[in-house]
Unconditional design. Structure first.
Length: 198
């Protein structure tokens, strides 16, 4: 009996070392060698300063920018500045969810000067499950072109060409849907607007 207990303790300690030390160190080393940018958060820099991550949504306000999906958690900005991932957890029959969607749709229509019954892209009125989704659909980006062009004094054709340049196809051609990264699009938009002004 004592022999079995000692063997069990040894096995437990061995697996703690293998799974808790060697495996994480090996995976971290492989990730840093093979995918250093992704392993370090896919950080996006502008003029030598980190402005965000290509993997996380951030809030953009004002008519001059493309807007991301609504976030149920404030785009992961907590009191300590950490990114928390969470949805609202409201079910499809939730009165609060329906109110949120109606309010989001009304605000979107008002910002784009549309009639009260005009259709709007679903991903601009429904929050993502994580609250951190950095992408919107190409349709949601195209929906915002007229507003952004008017706010910046740029032609819709110029903004439209920029949007199309940032449409990412489904991963490996068949996983998921086509999408647009809002942060990358807005940074390119600022750069294009700067060239036009400069």
């Amino acid at each position: 009996m004592i022999k079995l207990i000692i063997q069990s303790i040894r096995q437990k300690l061995a697996w703690i070392v293998v799974c808790g030390v060697f495996y994480p160190v090996a995976m971290t080393a492989i990730a840093q060698l093979a995918f250093p940018r992704q392993a370090n958060g896919s950080l996006v820099e502008r003029e030598g300063k980190v402005v965000g991550s290509a993997l996380l949504a951030q809030q953009f306000t004002g008519s001059k920018y493309f807007w991301p999906r609504p976030s149920a958690n404030g785009y992961g900005t907590g009191p300590a500045g950490f990114a928390a991932s969470s949805g609202s957890n409201f079910g499809p029959t939730s009165a609060q969810l329906q109110t949120n969607v109606r309010n989001n749709a009304k605000a979107l229509r008002d910002a784009h000067r549309l009639p009260a019954d005009a259709p709007v892209p679903a991903d601009l009125v429904y929050a993502s499950a994580s609250g951190l989704d950095p992408h919107i659909s190409p349709e949601a980006a195209r929906f915002q072109i007229a507003r952004v062009a008017a706010a910046r004094g740029m032609s819709e054709a110029t903004i439209s060409a920029l949007v199309e340049r940032f449409v990412e196809p489904p991963q490996w051609g068949f996983l998921g849907e086509a999408r647009v990264n809002v942060l990358l699009l807005n940074l390119a938009l600022d750069a294009a607007d700067g060239k036009k002004s400069g």
